[in-house]
Design a protein around this ligand. Sequence first.
Ligand code: HAM
Length: 429
Amino acid sequence: MSKTLQAIRGMNDILPDQSPLWRYFEGTVASLLDGYGYRQIRMPIVEATELFKRSIGEVTDIVEKEMYTFDDRNGDSLTLRPEGTASCVRAVLEHGLSNNGQVQKLWYIGPMFRHERPQKGRYRQFHQIGVEVFNLAGPDIDAELILLTWRLWGVLGIRDAVTLELNSLGTSEARATYRNALVDYLAVRGEQLDEDSKRRLATNPLRILDSKVPETQALLVDAPKLANYLDDESQVHFDGLKARLDAAGIPYVINTKLVRGLDYYSKTVFEWVTDQLGAQGTVCAGGRYDGLVEQMGGKPTTGVGFAMGIERLILLLETLQQVPEAINRQVDVYLCALGEAAELEGLALAERLRDQLPGLRLQVNAGAGNFKTQLKKADKSGALYALVMGEDELVQQVIGFKPLRGQGEQDNIAWAGLSQHLAACLKQA
Ligand code: HAM
């Protein structure tokens, strides 16, 4: 017997039972972003491998060991995008969207691919909603990004479970000076470093700061601090951001070890973390990348953004039981009909109702069955009301109107007045 085919490890189906929650989450974020004046951009899922190497950095975990890279039939090296910022910058440059200092406030949604070890909250295909802003250099826009995520946590009912961690990486010059100081400090203590950190000392020493190995962390206690190497401009920017967050009453903690796993950041970096999901606690992360557009071949253009992991936020909503009851109701009304003539009239009536009440979620029974069976299906559908059409109703030009959730008795309603009656009942529901 042939083996049953399965989805690729770390790549998940989102089944119909889960979809309402995804749609609720995505819809909530989309309308919030609309409300702040962000416009959606949609980029391809596959890009030239070179794009990610140049933007994310050759010696990052993502580029070194996590990308899904393959040669296409022309022999070009392509990669399934591991994140959205690089593609967004590429698209902005390619279409001149940031020319002449034009401000762009963009957002995107979609699948990303990283060959990581799958576990709860960490997958090989996962989904992000990301935001990127171009040509706004001040801390006011950094603050706006944080404010809008804070509002989102409020709308979703998860504010109490997330903490904002904030740091500034300074300009690339300041970081280079700091990098040298850190390497000098660690080089003489090299033997005490864990294997990963030893390797990073030569390639990407700042990443040693967020090592999870206790001995390495102990070694870092007396290491030079990035905060002491910040250039004036970055310090002023960071103070400006903190002042705005203080004024808006948004709590945060400064985490001087927050360096992020992608190379393009400068100045502000931040992460929203939760302790409710185990090891994969970062639900949203981002920062400023003022040098990236130029590095990718464009004119100097500032950039700042973030991306949130949809799977992690959905897990958090479930963990905190913040899934609104109403999103699981997919059907308002279920129409049952018994006998061919009643079925025909029922179908026509249903179409008239759809004309009269746009947005009505009406399911017409299919697959026949006696009234008992049909009413069982009506109940299971989650509908608030069943409409019942039999021989008698047909003759009298009425329909049985049966509340399914204990909102009163069954009644007969004339066809002519049905849409009005239904609209009034649904409004109250
Ligand atoms: P990132 O920190 O690599 O940043 O990812 C952002 C978020 O995506 C994470 O905080 C997490 O919620 C989610 N995420 C990442 N990897 C996985 C995974 N394997 N499984 C599930 N969720 C995951 C970026 O991607 C940057 N492009 C963010 C950004 C935008 N910075 C500036 N603009």
